[in-house]
Write a protein that binds this ligand. Structure first.
Ligand code: NAD
Ligand code: GLY
Length: 354
């Protein structure tokens, strides 16, 4: 099978392997990175583990890696401090040591939870991402942001902790529902709007075809951004296009609206705000809205601008009374726009009021 490899050189250097069937060779890939590895812990959810757990265990076994399993309920509710604590206790009870490796087998929820556990268990152990959603493949499995949610908001407790390897098998996306697939396409459109007009226009013209090539492109864009700003001080904030609105929408919906869908609504809102504040060189709103709708993504939500604004105030990205919004100059060119908390209310009104 053709193999695409994107090398990431951040505080840790690692490969992102994109190849059909790679999940069945996970043990081999892992052994190349950790030649003397004996013990691993597969962290997964109750949708993914029944589908792919045995395949991963088999390839680990063939490579003489003993694997424990920790399976959580699927969905955003597992990105939680209690589940994190259960996972850490499980690792300790089973005497998992510094030389062991955690394997995140699942979507972004599993990746974020496992990565955070890896960052703090025994003050840090290695972990490998095996993304099984398109969203995790193009975004969350790469770049080392890990977190759980707190009652006050999304991703409020977390760490930067890079994986040691990412194994992405696009064949696992065959079992995703159309809406889960659309969630990943949403984050891919995001890269186009931020900095790659050609990618955007390719999706616009051809739909989300040539999936491996597109995953490689998205991962390469993310790699470039992460390498230049691993710790989110500047350019990396661009990856949050649509997220201030999106996280508020997720929170208001009690996580019924999923991340990728919420980001689609958020990007549409960012386009509207960019136009209304006369900050865009072209009028991107209608074009973005129409593409997202064509891709079966939502572009509107049922919450009032006041509800959304209140939810956004607990967002972790509020820094000394300022919040960094990402706005759109034109498709392929987005920028950071700092606003005060007070101005943010007006912006939520522009985006969702009236
Ligand atoms: P998810 O992990 O909840 O997966 C979505 C659903 O798909 C779940 O029900 C899961 O069980 C199911 N699933 C996963 N793989 C499957 C498969 N191959 N076949 C069938 N079902 C499968 O959600 P997600 O959309 O992958 O990720 C969203 C999360 O990622 C959010 O918490 C978001 O905040 C986070 N995120 C993190 C980053 C980062 O940089 N760390 C970036 C983007 C998003
Ligand atoms: N998905 C946002 C980031 O990785 O920075």
């Amino acid at each position: 099978m053709a193999e695409r490899v994107v090398r990431v050189n951040a505080s840790k250097s690692y490969d992102v392997i994109i190849s059909k069937g790679s999940i069945n060779k996970a043990g081999e890939y892992i052994k190349k990175v950790f030649p003397s590895l004996k013990n691993a812990v597969i962290v997964s959810d109750d949708n993914v583990f029944p589908l792919y757990g045995e395949a991963v265990k088999k390839t680990l076994n063939e490579n003489e890696i003993r694997a424990l399993e920790f399976v959580v309920p699927h969905g955003e509710k597992s990105k939680d401090i209690t589940v994190l604590s259960q996972l850490l206790e499980f690792l300790a009870e089973n005497k998992v040591d510094k030389k062991s490796v955690l394997l995140a087998l699942g979507g972004g929820v599993i990746g974020d939870l496992t990565g955070f556990a890896a960052s703090c268990y025994l003050r840090g152990i290695e972990f490998v991402q095996i993304p099984t959603t398109l969203l995790a493949a193009v975004d969350s499995s790469v770049g080392g942001k890990t977190a759980v949610n707190l009652k006050a908001g999304k991703n409020l407790a977390g760490a930067f902790w890079q994986p040691s390897l990412v194994i992405c098998d696009p064949e696992t996306f065959n079992t995703l529902s159309p809406s889960e697939l659309a969630n990943g396409i949403s984050e891919s459109v995001k890269y186009g709007i931020i900095c790659d007009r050609q990618l955007y226009e390719d999706i616009e013209t051809n739909g989300f075809t040539e999936i491996e090539k597109k995953i490689e492109r998205c991962v390469s864009i993310k790699r470039d951004i992460v390498e230049s700003d691993e710790f989110d001080k500047g350019k990396r904030k661009l990856l949050n296009l649509g997220h201030t609105f999106g996280h508020a929408i997720e929170k208001c919906s009690n996580f019924e609206i999923q991340h990728g869908a919420a980001v689609a609504i958020g990007m549409t809102a960012a386009a509207k705000v960019s136009e209304k504040l006369n900050l865009s060189e072209e009028k991107p709103h209608d074009r973005i809205k129409s593409l997202l709708e064509k891709l079966n993504l939502p572009t509107e939500c049922p919450y009032s601008y006041e509800e959304l604004y209140e939810a956004a105030l607990s967002d972790k990205k509020v820094e000394s009374d300022k919040i960094s919004l990402i706005l759109i100059r034109k498709i392929g060119d987005s920028f950071i726009y700092n606003v005060s908390i007070k101005e943010l209310k007006d912006i939520f009104y522009i985006a969702f009021g009236g």
